[in-house]
Design a protein around this ligand. Structure first.
Ligand code: FAD
Length: 653
């Protein structure tokens, strides 16, 4: 078999975004030998792209804020589908995680009296997003990288080796997880995580990591869609790796389409326009110049948003006496509203609507508050946002669905397999509030690192990587170099499929048929086409060598994208209601009977190139009573069935 490089660690973290780095810091600080593997350059993860800020109820700008208010906002944003324990931990621990970042050296923007400044964002009752201009993610990641370097310097001082306990393997892609006997070997040979196989992107050389604990922190799935704010590494690798290893995914039908992506020119379509533009005063207008969001406040939010432009504008300065602008409704509501405006002929010339900040504040103020947005539009679209409105429209942005984990430890169903950040599911329910991802990855990245460390320390013996599994994983990884055999004469090459063609077809199909608005017939058609793509991927063939070969990399990513797309489509077909990031035109309303159900995706068999998935409903764990009591009974009635509320203390006599 092909020559393979080998390494051994206690904890293997796959992904070097915010979640991965925070997990690695925690595991390393507990003295465990930790490796961080990332397929992009170190420092170039999605987290860097986060613009608006990190949500944490610190109460710096409005002292009425508290973890309870943040918890309520998060549950409302997710339309009560969130894993309530995750939402609770998140709301309680986010402030400590932000302050901790300061102790690592983060430099947040300040209020006039010197505290960490916080800005408004959609769905958050109070100004809550700690920020660094519109480059918050960059500062967050920079700070955690700095922390990692500091830990390596400590190790050098102690051992003479910077990488004695903590090493980064950058531009290294993991293609398969490896398992061995579990903590209870009598339960079978395939119980627990034993490591992972990957390849160096530059040399194509294969590498095996032996480690009893793996933390998946691989981010999202946006590259399965044509119009997306996500970059090339968001191919659902962690989701698919977890499925193939035997873990469950939940909530995969919920995909967030951010309302404001760039729509023009075509080369930049989908690139994000931060919600911070609206948080700082920008407003949405249609081609008639009308602020249309006032027409789109749904019943469940009635009374919570301003009815008039005057009140909405006063709210920016006085939140006690006025209600917030409907421009800042949760993202799913705004994205659907924009979609309707465009469909009904009131869109902008390039198929979006207008986002106007130019008429709302002086040019210098816009440049100070939103420097990246100013440069982004100037350089990419030749639009001066201090003088004219931006054209914006929905773009695939975030996946709420992900690996099902224990909220407290981040462990999946597979012993030794942990997950955190965007690749984990549950925290955001059917729709994530802006700013809640950066806080999510800090809170649950730390918890997963801690969970993995505790797990390793508690092991009596370590599962070992089996040679046969390594060979099988290596064979699958190198398979795209094997020419498909011609059924006529058995020779290679005939009927070969190009990974780029397949990817473009997948993206177009997912955008058109499983995108922002879905119907039964369209999703069923998507499933049929996914079946065809599944057959065609067996014929994918890449030419050339293993040394930096992007066609090969894409062929491997495609396998993951197809598996995850099947999970999204199958879940979208089953959920016959509209909620958050899942809109069914043929089932337009919320259905209380669906609120207490979660759709679970599992891997059905694993012998195929793209193993099949099955999706089945299960019951959600009912919310703890003290948390339920944080909501008015009348609000819960909008979401819960009467039977679920029968024991609620607020039930009218
Ligand atoms: P990432 O930061 O994406 O890291 C994933 C890592 O996994 C990368 O290092 C990648 O190379 C690695 N990886 C993937 N697959 C493999 C593999 N097979 N092998 C090895 N490594 C692998 N959220 C907010 O809260 N506030 C905001 O203001 C905000 N703004 C955003 C703006 C933009 C443009 C975008 C796209 C997102 C924004 N988000 C925001 C969302 C937020 O940035 C992401 O959800 C979050 O950063 C995800 O972090 P993560 O650690 O889970 O993953």
């Amino acid at each position: 078999m092909t020559e393979i490089e080998r390494h051994e660690y206690d904890v293997l973290v796959i992904g070097a975004g915010g979640a991965g780095l925070r997990a690695a810091i925690e595991a390393a600080e507990r003295g465990l030998r930790t490796a961080i593997v990332c397929k992009s350059l170190f420092g170039k993860a999605h987290t860097v792209m986060a613009e608006g800020g990190c949500a944490a109820a610190m109460g710096n700008v409005n002292e009425n804020d508290s973890w309870q208010v943040h918890f309520r906002d998060t549950m409302r944003g997710g339309k009560f589908l969130n894993n309530w324990r995750m939402a609770e931990l998140h709301a309680k621990e986010a402030p400590d995680r932000v302050w901790e970042l300061e102790s690592y050296g983060a430099l947040f923007d300040r209020t006039e009296d010197g505290r960490i400044s916080q800005r408004h964002f959609g769905g958050h009752t109070y100004p809550r997003l700690a920020h660094v201009g519109d480059r918050t993610g960059l500062e967050l990641l920079r700070t955690m990288q700095q922390r990692i370097v500091a830990l390596q310097q400590d190790d050098f001082a102690e051992t003479g080796d910077y990488e004695a306990r903590l090493r980064v393997f950058a531009e290294c892609t993991v293609t398969e997880l490896l398992k061995g006997p579990g903590p209870d070997p009598s339960a079978g040979p395939d119980g627990a995580i034993a490591g992972a196989l990957g390849y160096w992107r530059e040399s194509g050389r294969l590498v095996v990591f032996s480690a009893p604990a793996v933390v998946l922190a691989t981010g999202g799935i946006g590259k399965s869609f044509q119009v997306t704010s996500n970059s090339w590494e968001y191919t659902g690798d962690g989701h698919a790796l977890a499925l193939r290893a035997g873990a469950d995914l939940i909530d995969m039908e919920f995909v967030q389409f951010h309302p404001t992506g760039m729509v023009w020119p075509p080369s930049v379509k989908g690139i994000l326009v931060t919600e911070g533009v609206r948080g700082d005063g920008g407003v949405l207008k249609n081609s008639e110049g009308k602020r249309f969001m006032f027409e789109y406040v749904p019943d469940v939010f009635k009374g919570q948003y301003a009815d008039t432009e005057d009140e909405a504008d006063r709210w920016y300065d006085d939140q006690e006496k006025n209600r917030r602008t409907p421009d800042l409704l949760p993202r799913d509501e705004v994205a659907r509203a924009i979609n309707t405006e465009v469909k009904e002929g009131r869109g902008s010339p390039h198929g979006g609507v207008y986002l106007d900040i130019a008429s709302r504040m002086p040019a210098e103020e816009i440049k100070r508050r939103l420097p990246s947005m100013y440069h982004q539009f100037k350089e990419l679209a030749d639009v001066d946002i201090t003088a004219e409105p931006m054209e914006v429209g929905p773009t695939c942005h975030y996946v709420m669905g992900g690996i099902q984990v224990d909220p407290d430890t981040g462990q999946s169903r597979v012993p030794g397999l942990f997950a955190a950040g965007e690749c984990a599911g549950g925290m955001h329910g059917s729709n994530r509030l802006g700013g809640n991802s950066l806080s999510d990855l800090l809170v649950f990245g730390r918890r997963a690192g801690l969970g993995a460390a505790d797990y390793v320390v508690g092991l009596e013996s370590r599962p070992t990587v089996r040679a046969a599994d390594v060979d099988a994983a290596a064979e699958m990884t190198l398979a795209p170099f094997d020419p498909p055999s011609d059924p006529q004469d058995g020779t290679g090459g005939a009927g070969a499929e190009n990974p780029y063609t397949l990817h473009a077809e997948l993206q177009r199909m997912m955008n058109d048929l499983v995108g922002i608005i879905r119907t039964e017939s369209e999703v069923a058609e998507a499933q049929r086409r996914l079946g065809e793509l599944r057959a065609r991927i067996r014929q994918v063939f890449v030419e050339g060598y293993r040394q930096y070969n992007p066609g090969w990399h894409l062929a491997l990513d495609l396998r993951n994208m197809l598996m995850v797309s099947e999970a999204v489509a199958a879940s979208a077909l089953l959920r016959t209601e509209s909620r958050g990031g899942h809109t069914r035109e043929d089932h337009p309303g919320l259905d209380a009977e669906w609120r207490h159900r979660v759709l679970v995706t599992r891997c059905a068999d694993s012998n195929e190139v793209v193993p099949r998935v099955v999706v089945e409903p299960a019951e959600r764990v009912p919310m703890r009573e003290d948390l339920l009591a944080l909501f008015e009974f009348s609000e819960l009635q909008k979401y819960y069935t009467p039977a679920e509320l029968a024991a609620h203390p607020g039930q009218p006599a």
